[in-house]
Design a protein around this ligand. Structure first.
Ligand code: FE2
Length: 342
């Protein structure tokens, strides 16, 4: 059995690179100055919904999560790597919400503190479930230890609002698309964990709606050049991380009988469409070269990784890096459309 405690320097299947989920903190004093007045009805509705806790009985701690069929060593590795990444990112959300909640209560904003506390509750449940699926695989992640070992990244509040909105919504689409696929292809459903995804994704959806409301509490964030830049940068960077991760870990989606590139594109299309409700601008995915550039970028990234593994010459690698950089820039600059259009 591999345990994070037995080997403190590494966590199984969690390589340290740009695609590794991170831990965040933000300007909490500023968050405590959030003006809820303009969003009162939306705020009350969401707080009520979170208090109702529709998924209270869903995450049954006794439900067995043992796999239903054998996997080859490569498939097992792909499945476990998916679990580890998902668990770490759920835990990272939990920590951010917990810290926000603690500090918002301290700053005498009990309503905002409570809302964050309820989002932390969901994050802890999700991370706990993924952790249990890992235990069923014979793996143990020491999450609290992991969070003290990894650096905590500081983000301005506006960045946290935009990026958490997107990561919750992209999480929603990821879970629901896997769920729909497995309902249509039950023979590919090899782990009981997936049976929990449908109500699970509703938690992500609610958190995304809460962040949409919080963005609206700061009207300047959606206006002018600032709104345009924030929309462009976060859509682009969240999609980029998604494409590279899904394509690099394509084996996991193939065990589920899914085409990784097709899944990635559908997640992007749906998330981009959902972002229209929160951001002033979104990418024009259909009318631009965005997805074609995605394919070229993924291929170039793979060539870079293979080159690294095979010890390719520095000039060759430099060429690939420059080419990759050029593709990134071209994709970043693809046309956007105002969210109100279409
Ligand atoms: Fe979650």
């Amino acid at each position: 059995m591999t345990t994070a405690t037995a080997a403190p320097a590494t966590t199984p299947h969690l390589r340290e690179d740009l695609l590794t989920p991170r831990f965040y903190t933000t300007e909490i004093e500023k968050a405590a100055r959030t003006d809820l007045n303009g969003q009162r009805p939306a705020f009350e509705a969401m707080l009520n919904e979170m208090e109702t806790d529709y998924n209270r009985d869903h995450f049954d701690r006794k439900a067995p999560l043992d796999r239903l069929r054998d996997l080859s060593p490569e498939e097992k590795q792909a499945y476990e790597s998916y679990l580890v990444r998902s668990c770490v990112s759920e835990f990272s959300g939990f920590l951010l919400f917990k810290e926000l909640s603690r500090r918002l209560f301290q700053a005498e904003r009990p309503e905002l503190g409570r809302l964050s506390q309820l989002m932390a509750r969901d994050g802890a449940r999700h991370a706990g479930f993924l952790n249990r699926a890992l235990v069923a695989e014979g793996l143990t992640l020491d999450l609290p230890k992991l969070s003290t070992r990894r650096p905590i990244t500081w983000f301005p509040l506006s960045w946290v609002l935009y990026s958490v909105f997107l990561s919750e919504k992209i999480g929603y689409w990821r879970y629901i698309l896997i769920d729909r696929h497995l309902k249509a292809n039950p023979d590919n459903n090899f782990a009981p964990l997936f049976d929990f995804f449908e109500p699970w994704c509703q938690d992500e959806n609610r958190h995304g709606d809460i962040f949409n409301m919080l963005i609206r509490c700061w009207p300047g964030l959606r206006q002018g050049l600032r709104g345009r830049l924030l929309s462009r940068f976060f859509l682009w960077s969240v999609f980029l991380t998604h494409s590279l991760t899904v394509c690099e870990r394509g084996d996991f989606y193939r065990i589920l009988g899914m085409d990784p590139a097709g899944f990635d594109a559908e997640v992007m299309r749906q998330t981009n469409r959902t972002a229209r409700r929160a951001f002033p601008w979104v990418f024009d995915l259909e009318g631009s070269r965005y997805l074609e550039l995605r394919d070229r970028m993924v291929a170039c990234h793979q060539a870079l990784q293979t080159g690294k593994a095979e010890g390719a010459g520095p000039l060759r690698q430099l060429g690939r890096r420059l080419h990759f950089g050029g593709l990134l820039l071209e994709q970043f600059l693809q046309p956007m459309v105002p969210a109100s259009a279409g």
